[in-house]
Write a protein that binds this ligand. Structure first.
Ligand SMILES: [Zn+2]
Length: 205
């Protein structure tokens, strides 16, 4: 997941495309079981329901509280978020909401996933207020950095034309990325392995 939302901090073009393309590949427990990884199917946060990506980001009580804390209750309650896969919901949001709202939603989704992983690997759970606050901080940080970059060099286009390219047949491609949140004193990294069809094979954060 980290690899998914890190892109947001570098290139506003991918705010709209990357979640849609990769949402179905997020290694939720449901997704892991489909790939024959032996694990508990239940959501690690509420421990009540099977964890697929819709549950993790939209319907889990923990996720819903985070949306509320981020001031995005009306967005979560909008028609775009009521049906379809997680990717379809994100895509519908991207079509119907303004740029700033989409940016905060994207960082909120990242914060929700980060919190979920922190619970699994470190038994550390943040409150919905902390998750919502982190979404705002990350978004504002991205906007500030982006503004600085465009001021530094007005010739640098804000929209990149770079596209991910498939590896050769029989090869896997590993994309690695890292994020540095100066104000929080934290760093993070992630890696994503995909085959020559562009299918997700494995990921680490
Ligand atoms: Zn849950």
């Amino acid at each position: 997941m980290m690899f998914l939302f890190d892109v947001i901090f570098k290139d506003n073009y991918f705010v709209f495309l990357v979640p849609f393309n990769l949402m179905g590949c997020i290694p939720t427990r449901c997704q892991l079981l489909e790939r024959y990884v032996d694990c508990d199917a239940h959501c690690p946060l509420c421990e009540d329901e099977v964890e697929d990506d819709v549950h993790a980001f939209f319907t889990c009580v923990s996720a819903q509280s985070s949306w509320q804390a981020a001031g995005l209750s009306s967005v979560l309650g909008s028609a775009a978020c009521q049906q379809g896969s997680a990717a379809e919901r994100v895509f519908a949001l991207c079509r119907n909401k303004d740029y700033a709202t989409i940016g905060i939603v994207a960082t909120l989704l990242w914060s929700i996933w980060h919190n979920r992983n922190d619970k699994i690997w470190n038994d550390n759970v943040r409150s919905p207020n902390q998750i919502g606050r982190a979404a705002f901080d990350h978004w504002n940080e991205w906007v500030a950095v982006h503004k600085l970059r465009s001021n530094d060099d007005p010739d640098v286009p804000l929209v990149s034309t770079n596209r991910w390219e498939k590896p050769r047949i029989g090869w896997l491609k590993c994309n690695v990325d890292a994020a540095f949140f100066v104000s929080a004193g934290r760093t993070a990294m992630g890696a994503c392995f995909r085959n020559n069809s562009g299918e997700f094979m494995a990921g680490i954060t």
